[in-house]
Design a protein around this ligand. Sequence first.
Ligand SMILES: Cc1ncc(COP(=O)(O)O)c(C=O)c1O
Length: 407
Amino acid sequence: MADKNSKLGAGYAGVQGGLFSKVTKADVGDAFAQMAGDKVILMGWADPFYPDPSIPDVVKQTMLEAFTDGFASHYTMPIGSLELRTEIAKKVKAYNHLDVDPRRNIIVTPGSDSALFFAMHIFMNPGDEVLVPDPSYPSNFLNPKLMGGTAVPVPLKAEDNYRFDIAAFEKAVTPKTKMVLITHPNNPTATVFRKENLEELAKFVIRHDLILVSDQAFEDIVFDGIEFVTPASLPGMWERTITVCSISKGMGLSGFRVGYIVACDAYMDVYYGAAVNVLGATNTASQLGAITAFQNPGFMQKYKQHYDRRRKDAVEILGKVPGVSIEMPESGFFCWVNVSKLGDSAEITEYLAKHAKVAVNDGVNYGAQGKGYLRIINGCLGSDEESRQALERIAAALVRYAGENGK
Ligand SMILES: Cc1ncc(COP(=O)(O)O)c(C=O)c1O
């Protein structure tokens, strides 16, 4: 393996987190699986209730039937079952305020990670630049590179409540800019971008004739009555916005691997045309389960109450640690914790895995602006009590770490 990189495509050379890497990232390699084997609680994996079960009975029943009647052994079309696309279209109309045709504007994907890649890939040429708010989901920084382009970070600042700063976007745009890629609500800051701020961003996107890819994996979990606005629904944006959604988070069905893309006819024509090459097809039993979940969404309300309790627990428990600051998350089931007064966030992440036996994420994985922060998943584990105990362990270890380092 003298010079593996000489054979690789340029975008893949230097990819970290695989077999030979010492980097510990939640979503790559097997470092987290090894930690789970060592009885470390994984509060760095955005998997609701993990490792406890979260399949509603009605969905479980559908899945069992898919296997007993044997249909689960067959393909659906690469673009996804029409029945599922029809259910998704109803949800998209009601929640995202987009009146879409299930035969033309929706494609089902194996999760939204692959959807995100596919969503971007049809636009990218070598050298293209993608504006990525920083901090945001780690894939957003790597995906442009894998496609031969470049991610250009655009800082989001805590003092601006992590809103888009359009002046910073204007500063970052060049003739090579192809796209803006946002995670909305944002992971890791749990920010729900407000309508006025999205309107400003939309004007910027239109002014520079760009594409907007909007990853809305956490769109179902928005608290405190904050209005969730889908950028594709804003004036002039439907024709230039690709919306990516998932059943992994709000429905707690991450293992089903079902996501979807919503787009206008012109671009969906390309997604449909290339679907068999890129996606194959999404798992048939999972699609059947997803249909039932969309038809019976009541359980999501219960999950949202669970996530709501958890965010309050996290703020209460971690907020008590001297030197640590944490804002109430506006969405999702994770919190963004400023530990910069205590020391280096990478070192603290390692300390917590070793001494509190809890794995969290170093904020640096979410972009340079994440230095000094931890992202902690408070929506894992089925039991509130176990979750509180894990958070208490983190809090106690942070106090100990601060003492040992004279803070
Ligand atoms: C912001 C964001 N987008 C997309 C995904 C991918 O989710 P999935 O592939 O399970 O739909 C995740 C998973 O953690 C995420 O946090």
